[in-house]
Design a protein around this ligand. Structure first.
Ligand SMILES: Cc1cc2nc3c(=O)[nH]c(=O)nc-3n(C[C@H](O)[C@H](O)[C@H](O)COP(=O)(O)OP(=O)(O)OC[C@H]3O[C@@H](n4cnc5c(N)ncnc54)[C@H](O)[C@@H]3O)c2cc1C
Ligand code: SF4
Length: 503
């Protein structure tokens, strides 16, 4: 067979078709299509097959990218899928929502980009490989070959919990996934909007886990209707994978006015309505002037959701400039295409329930309880870089301005809920406010209690959560194998309550 690779000289980089902005804002469906088979093969053939593949190095899962690109170029799709899923539990998910421009397709990761040819479209090809596998029936539940008689309870059914569950079940353990929500998926189901990844993509994986024998318990919240003591009795090991959902405060006057909401409350309300858990969004931007505070991907998701809900106008206030935004350039571009506006180098100073035009005369009304109507802000200039390496914003004196707002979304980020409260003090937090654990084993100070995903790392990415889930599963498996035989029997005689069918 002639070599089908290194076609980058004659073949330009191309992404799959994307729906036009005016069409896509009419609904919440995914904006990017899958490649056609001939397109995927052609784009995969652009890979240079480097001796040291930096794309693989910068992929958190160290996917064997050059090899599955070559297989795709040669039409060996089943082999490509086998290889892709060997390192990634959810390749079609990462292919859709990884910020590839910061990972495998970054300019420091793909040699072609450095040479000015444009990166290989790795994410879109990974998605195509996995979608082909689903269509052909090659994706099957990973059933255990032998049962160990050990039981693991996982709290949190996001990507970290789901990946850990799949690995532990394949290793022969009984696995129970607990989540306060009705469906598996975590932020993939309730936070990340459908226009980035449709719910059916996550639901399909959830069904596969159930088919493998993993028991999902929806509506079970640790610290509320699920106790740590009960989990200890039921299971030989516990994994805490409950994510990072606590909103950082804005720390601004007027923060407690009605209409000022955390980003996740807003996105969860939209997702729950779209998947039919509620008849309509509990928080609706229709007809409202929306201001989103923050510059990460969550801010972009909120803006784009508000546009789809029919907001009168959507503005993002961000302290730094475009080049210093934490969010992915791709997502900023999508938000702009869809009509969201950016007020770069703008720092909010106060929120008020007085309309824009009367604020100067009524400054004392900041204390009045009511609904937000105005955001007062000032311009910034960028100073020296801070600890994160990004330039520090400084307010420009006398640059104050006002923006009308009847919905203000706080997208400044999240922190991890206190593990001590959830575990009756058995597990503690690190000085960085994450669940404290041994770096290598991921075991907390409580014997047999492990932690993975955002709860251990702080807010991160789905691909890192999958890696965490795989690593914690390996650590739990080692822990269980080392337990004295007598410790196992008897624990599961206690009946489980509250089991709900998987979504
Ligand atoms: C709006 C938004 C958009 C994002 N977009 C992207 C993106 O495009 N690409 C990307 O790679 N990453 C994205 N991320 C980050 C990504 O979603 C997370 O890093 C990832 O989901 C973390 O996985 P996890 O399994 O650790 O936690 P989560 O996905 O947060 O799952 C934790 C689960 O634990 C449950 N839980 C919490 N507390 C309890 C309790 N006490 N009892 C029982 N259950 C509990 C929660 O309901 C949740 O289901 C985004 C994040 C947000 C907020
Ligand atoms: S998992 Fe993410 S970073 Fe890794 S190859 Fe796939 S898209 Fe790239």
């Amino acid at each position: 067979m002639p070599d089908r690779m290194q076609k980058y000289v004659s073949l330009p980089r191309a992404m799959p078709a994307k729906r036009a902005p005016e069409e896509r804002v009419q609904d919440h469906r995914e904006i990017q299509a899958d490649f056609e088979p001939h397109e995927a093969a052609a784009q995969a053939s652009r890979c240079e097959q480097c001796g040291t593949p930096y794309c693989q190095v910068y992929c958190p899962l160290h996917n064997n990218i050059p090899d599955w690109l070559k297989m795709t170029a040669e039409g060996r799709m089943e082999e490509a899928y086998e290889l892709a899923q060997a390192t990634n539990n959810f390749p079609e998910i990462c292919g859709r929502i990884c910020p590839q421009d910061r990972l495998c397709e970054a300019k420091w990761a793909c040699t072609l980009e450095q040479a000015g040819h444009g990166t290989v479209t790795i994410g879109a090809i990974e998605r195509h490989i996995a979608e082909t596998a689903w269509a052909k029936g090659w994706v099957r539940p990973r059933l255990p070959v032998r049962l160990t008689g050990r039981s693991v309870g996982i709290v949190g059914a996001g990507p970290a919990g789901m990946a850990a569950a799949e690995e532990l079940r394949a290793a022969g353990h009984e696995v129970h996934l607990y989540d306060r929500h009705a469906r598996m998926g975590g932020l993939m189901s309730y936070g990340i909007p459908e226009f980035k990844m449709e719910q059916s993509v996550v639901a399909r994986r959830a069904r596969l886990l159930s088919d493998a024998g993993i028991v999902f318990h929806g509506g079970q919240e640790l610290g509320r209707n699920l106790s740590f003591a009960d989990l200890r009795v039921r299971h030989d090991a516990i994994v805490l994978a409950y994510g990072a959902w606590v909103a950082r405060r804005l720390d601004l006057p007027g923060e407690d006015l009605s209409g000022v909401i955390p980003a996740l409350d807003y996105l969860v309300s939209s997702s729950r309505a779209l998947i039919g858990e509620t008849p309509a969004p509990e928080i609706d931007a229709a007809g409202k002037w929306v201001v989103v505070i923050g510059g990460g991907d969550t801010a972009m998701d909120c803006m784009r959701t508000a546009v789809r809900q029919g907001a009168a106008g959507v503005t993002c206030l961000y302290r730094r400039d475009r080049a210093n935004m934490p969010g992915s350039a791709r997502e900023v571009g999508h938000a702009e295409e869809e009509g969201a506006e950016f007020a770069w180098q703008s720092q909010p100073e106060a929120l008020s329930d007085v309309p824009v035009e009367v604020i100067p005369a009524r400054a004392e009304s900041l204390d009045r309880r009511g609904a937000v109507q105005t955001v007062r802000a000032c311009r910034t200039r960028l100073g020296t870089p801070d600890a994160s390496g990004r330039k520090r914003p400084e307010p420009v004196p006398g640059s104050g301005f006002e923006v009308a707002a009847d919905l203000v979304v706080n997208a400044l980020g999240f922190t991890v809920e206190d593990a001590g409260r959830l575990t009756d003090g058995a597990v503690s937090m690190s000085p960085q406010n994450r669940v404290a654990a041994d770096r290598k084993t991921k075991m907390t100070a409580a014997d047999g209690v492990f932690v993975a995903g955002d709860a251990r790392l702080g807010p991160s990415l789905v691909v890192w959560a999958i890696r965490e889930g795989r690593e914690v599963a390996a650590a739990v498996d080692r822990y269980l194998a080392a337990l004295p035989k007598a410790a196992a029997p008897g624990r599961r005689e206690r009946p489980l309550t509250g089991a709900a069918p998987c979504a």
